[in-house]
Design a protein around this ligand. Structure first.
Ligand code: COA
Length: 171
């Protein structure tokens, strides 16, 4: 049985939906590695170190969780960290096609690594980081979707108008 699982994503920013998944994983595995991808093609709003810090704050109360950044192939990072299971969330059928492709390609690249899917709680099934950013930018209330410190960071970013990529380079 695998003792550790790696949960990769962009986490721009981490939401309650992500945290819900981490909580579920922490109940199944001794060690959960939340692996935050630099992911320059996605042009994240927050720089990698900011996303790491926000995730650490949001997940501080869940035992057995480690947050780190990575800037390489996910399967190489998983091997490096000796994780044989990749965790991904499935919120709706619409996630399936992309996840199917990702899991298939990762299996092709590293046959010894399995992808495991968990579903977040129903109330988080429709959350995404970009929707949260859009709601905040348009003055909506994001308190139900993110940790208070993440909300403050997002509101501060909107006030200053600086993008993570514009201000700081990821990586
Ligand atoms: N709750 C809430 N939102 C969730 C969620 C959950 N449980 N699960 C996913 N999401 C949302 C995210 O907020 C994000 O929303 P957004 O697109 O609006 O920002 C979206 O679903 C998908 O994001 P995420 O789960 O972070 O995945 P991603 O698609 O950004 O990440 C990587 C993909 C990082 C795993 C992938 O690009 C990767 O492995 N990169 C490393 C390089 C590599 O190995 N590439 C080859 C892969 S074969």
């Amino acid at each position: 049985m695998a003792a550790r699982v790696i949960y990769p994503g962009t986490f721009d920013p981490i939401t309650h939906g992500h945290s819900d998944l981490v909580q579920r994983a922490a109940a199944l595995f001794e060690h959960v590695i939340v692996a935050i991808a630099a992911n320059p093609p996605k042009a994240p709003t927050f720089a990698l170190d900011e996303r790491i810090e926000m995730a650490r704050l949001a997940l501080a109360d869940i035992p057995g969780v480690e947050v780190c950044g990575f800037d390489k192939l996910l399967v190489d990072f998983a091997r490096e960290r000796e994780a044989r299971v990749i965790l991904r969330g499935l919120r709706a059928v619409s996630d399936f096609e992309y996840e199917f492709q990702l899991a298939g390609m990762n299996r092709r690249l590293a046959s010894g690594i399995e992808t495991l899917f968990l579903m977040p709680a129903e109330q988080y099934a429709y959350i995404s980081s970009s929707l949260v950013r859009e709601i905040a930018a348009l003055g909506g209330d994001i308190a139900p979707f993110v940790h208070p410190r993440v909300m403050n960071a997002l509101l501060a970013r909107l006030r200053t108008g600086a993008g993570g990529n514009a201000r700081k380079k990821d990586g």
